[in-house]
Design a binder for this molecule. Structure first.
Ligand SMILES: Cc1ncc(COP(=O)(O)O)c(C=O)c1O
Length: 427
C-alpha cells in the first residue's frame, strides 16, 4: 500500500510548486460524499472537488452514461465530426437559460476558457473592448481571466503585463462595508474619469463570489448593474462557474435576484467530475463571432456531454435544487449557535445562497479583524477527524461549504459535527 507521505515526497520532486494543494491526502477511491485515501482512511467530503461533484462522486447514472458513450467514441473533435450529445446538451442549457428569449450555447473544457470566450463573444457582439470586473473576483488563471481576477497574490505576481482594457469596481458585500451607494459612486467615477461607457463591452460578476469569500450579490446590486448596462448597451456576464447548476438552490444563482444576464459561463458541476464548460447566451449575441472563432480541440468532449446530460437528469430527478436549500438550512442551523456563543472561536458573517454557505473566523468576538491562520488550524483539525473542508476569502478567513448535494443525511450530520467540534476545539 502506498502512503500519503511517500506520494507527497514524489509530488514535491516531480510537480511544479505553483500548483498548491489544500491537504496532503492522496485520493484512492471516491463514492458520493466520501473520499478514501491511499492509506485506506475514509473522509467525509465537504469540498466536492471545489464544487464539481455536486451530484456526488461517481454518481451511478453519470457513470453509466459515460460508459455508454465510451463504448461508441470518445473524441472526434466537434469541429470535424459533430455528434448529437453536444447538440442535445446545448438544447437543454438553452432551455434552462436564466433569461427570456432565444438562447444558444457553446461548449469548452475549463472554467477559465468559458470566461475567456464569454468576453470574446461580448467584445465581438458589441464592437467594444473594455470589460468591468469586481474586487476580489475569481475568474481563472489564464492571462485574461487572472487580469479579471481581483487578487494579485498568488495569481498574478511577477506574471508581467496584464490583459488590456480591464477596469474594476468594488464588490458590495454586506460585511465588507462596501454599500450599494459606494458601488453607484464608483461606477459614476469610473465612467467619468477612466472609461466612457460607450467603450465598455461587458460587466462580469459572480452571482455568489466563490474564492473571494462566498459573498452573494444582492438583488439591488444586480438591478443597478442591469440598469446601467441597459442604459449604455453593455452586456452583463454572470460567472456561474461555482454558483451554478443547483449549488445555490436554483439552477443559476442569479435567478434569486430576478435580473437577467446576457451571457452565462458554466463549468464545474456541469459534468459531475468530467472536464466540461460552456457559455450560454442570448442567440443574437452568441452568433456574433464568425465560424471558426469559437471552439477548441477538446471543447464539448463527447464524454463530458454524456456526463452533463446525466447530471441535468439527476438534478431534476433527485430534486437537487430543494436538496441544496435543505443542506443550506442544516449548515446554518449547525453554525448559528456558534455565532451566538459567548466563548470559543469567534465566528461571524454566516452567508450564502442555498448550499453555497460560508462564514468567517475572527480574531475577537464582535471585532472585524479576520483570522486566516485560525481557519487553517480548524480545517487541519477537521481533516484529522475525517472531514475534508476548505477555506476562501481575501485573507483566508472564510470557511466555505461545498457539500455534494447528494450527500446522505448521516454524512451531512457527521461532517457538521466534526466541523463544529473543530471550531470549538482547534488543535
Ligand atoms: C467563479 C469561477 N470562475 C472561474 C473559475 C475558473 O475555472 P477553472 O479552474 O475551471 O479554469 C473558477 C474556478 O474556481 C470559479 O470559481
Amino acid at each position: 500500500m502506498k502512503s500519503n507521505s511517500e506520494l507527497l515526497a514524489r509530488r514535491q520532486a516531480a510537480v511544479a510548486r505553483g500548483v498548491a494543494s489544500a491537504t496532503t491526502i492522496f485520493a484512492d477511491q471516491a463514492d458520493n460524499a466520501r473520499i478514501t485515501d491511499v492509506e485506506g482512511r475514509s473522509y467525509i467530503d465537504f469540498v466536492s472537488g471545489i464544487g464539481v461533484v455536486a451530484t456526488g462522486h461517481r454518481h451511478p447514472k453519470v457513470m453509466a452514461a459515460v460508459e455508454r458513450q465510451m463504448k461508441r467514441f470518445t473524441h472526434t473533435a466537434f469541429q470535424v465530426n459533430m455528434y448529437e450529445p453536444y447538440i442535445e446538451l446545448a438544447e437543454k442549457l438553452n432551455a434552462l437559460a436564466p433569461f427570456k428569449g432565444p438562447a444558444k450555447s457553446v461548449l469548452f473544457t475549463t472554467g477559465a476558457e468559458a470566461i475567456e470566450n464569454a468576453v470574446k463573444i461580448a467584445r465581438v457582439a458589441t464592437g467594444r473592448q473594455a470589460v468591468i470586473a469586481f474586487s476580489h473576483a475569481f475568474h481563472g488563471r489564464t492571462l485574461l481571466t487572472s487580469t479579471l481576477t481581483g487578487k494579485i497574490q498568488p495569481y498574478k505576481q511577477r506574471t508581467g503585463a496584464p490583459a488590456p482594457e480591464i477596469y474594476r469596481l468594488p464588490f458590495p458585500a454586506a460585511h465588507s462595508g462596501v454599500t450599494l451607494k459606494n458601488l453607484q459612486d464608483a461606477l459614476d467615477e469610473l465612467f467619468f474619469s477612466d472609461v466612457e461607457p460607450t467603450r465598455v463591452a461587458a460587466m462580469i460578476i459572480e452571482p455568489v463570489q466563490g474564492e473571494g469569500g462566498f459573498n452573494p450579490v444582492t438583488p439591488e446590486v444586480f438591478r443597478l448593474l442591469r440598469q446601467r448596462c441597459d442604459q449604455h448597451g453593455i452586456l452583463l456576464i454572470a460567472d456561474e462557474i461555482q454558483s451554478g447548476l443547483g449549488r445555490a438552490g436554483r439552477m443559476f444563482a442569479i435567478e434569486h435576484s430576478g435580473v437577467e444576464p446576457d451571457l452565462v459561463a458554466v463549468a464545474k458541476a456541469l459534468a459531475g467530475g468530467f472536464p466540461l464548460a460552456g457559455v450560454i447566451g442570448r442567440a443574437s449575441i452568441m452568433d456574433a463571432v464568425e465560424p471558426g472563432g469559437l471552439g477548441g480541440t477538446y471543447g464539448g468532449s463527447p464524454l463530458g456531454c454524456a456526463a452533463a446530460l446525466a447530471v441535468l437528469d439527476v438534478i431534476r430527478e433527485d430534486n437537487l435544487l430543494e436538496r441544496a436549500t435543505l443542506i443550506g438550512k442544516r449548515v446554518r442551523a449547525a453554525i448559528e449557535p456558534l455565532m451566538q456563543a459567548s466563548s470559543g472561536i469567534p465566528i461571524a458573517n454566516l452567508r450564502g445562497l442555498g448550499a453555497m454557505v460560508g462564514f468567517d473566523v475572527m480574531k475577537a468576538r464582535g471585532g472585524n479583524e479576520p483570522d486566516g491562520p485560525m481557519v487553517k488550524k480548524i480545517l487541519a483539525t477537521a481533516l484529522k477527524n475525517g472531514l475534508l473542508c476548505i477555506g476562501c476569502g481575501v485573507h483566508g478567513e472564510t470557511i466555505r461549504l461545498l457539500v455534494p448535494l447528494t450527500i446522505s443525511d448521516e454524512d451531512l450530520a457527521s461532517g457538521l459535527a466534526i466541523l463544529t467540534d473543530a471550531i470549538a476545539r482547534p488543535e
